[in-house]
Design a protein around this ligand. Structure first.
Ligand code: DX5
Ligand code: ZN
Length: 221
């Protein structure tokens, strides 16, 4: 598949969210990445259902919801009802990950699992066949605008090898510090979904920044 680009709304102007959503609608972006933080799993609080519903009302792109929360099972249905197309939970936050994944799929959403930088991709070996997407955190979750962690390349390569064996349709999403300097190398290592917050919303021309991330050709590297 050609790769997808998912601008992260966490870096948008919350006082003018509608304008930023309309910008994404007009752009080459494939999804809107929506970061939900509970102040427990991560040391920050972002937003909840009323804001996600407002995003959904104006967005023409599917919502890719990244749950940085404990006990995500309690709220899966609410996220679906708020407009989620993809729901990603953290492996570190799920005691019964298999059950959680099945619950997401039963709601008709694509199911994703996110891994913190310290978590090895090998923990997914027994569930890879059941999931649609793995989100590799390339920063410690909780904040936008952090520096990319280089070990992520090793994780992408190891995960892509595992996926070749067990789930060739697996989407590998990279979240944190993605920019115009590292995006080609990420695709070349085996990623195919790029989340970008600061490098899009901090750009002088966000539409152009999205187009640049989208038009990359992994063969060029
Ligand atoms: C971090 C979030 C990311 C964040 C990425 O916890 O999961 O999605 O918005 O922002 P940048 O691209 O600025 O690192
Ligand atoms: Zn995220």
């Amino acid at each position: 598949m050609t790769h997808l680009v998912a601008p992260s709304i966490l870096s948008a102007d919350f006082a003018d969210l509608r304008q930023d959503i309309e910008m994404i609608n007009e752009s080459d972006a494939d999804w809107i990445h929506v970061d939900v933080m509970d102040g427990v799993f991560v040391p920050n609080i972002s937003f909840g259902f009323p804001v996600i519903k407002a995003i959904e009302r104006y967005s023409s792109k599917p919502l890719d919801i990244h749950l940085m929360i404990v006990e995500p099972d309690r709220y899966l249905k609410d996220f679906k009802n708020s407009g989620a197309s993809v729901i990603t939970v953290h492996e570190e936050a799920c005691t019964h990950l298999h059950r959680t994944i099945q619950a997401i799929k039963d709601l008709g959403c694509k199911a994703g699992v996110a891994l913190n930088p310290h978590t090895s991709v090998s923990c997914l070996e027994n569930i890879l066949v059941d999931i649609d997407l793995v989100c590799l955190m390339s920063v410690n979750p909780g904040f936008g605008g952090q520096k990319f962690i280089d070990n992520t390349y090793n994780k992408i390569k190891a995960l892509r090898l595992m996926a070749d064996r067990l789930n060739s349709d697996l989407m590998i999403e990279i979240d944190g510090g993605v920019n115009s300097h590292n995006c080609l190398a990420l695709l070349n290592a085996g990623a195919n979904v790029l989340v970008a917050g600061n490098s899009v919303f901090g750009a002088e021309n966000p539409i152009k920044a999205i187009a640049e991330l989208k038009k990359l050709d992994p063969k060029l590297i």
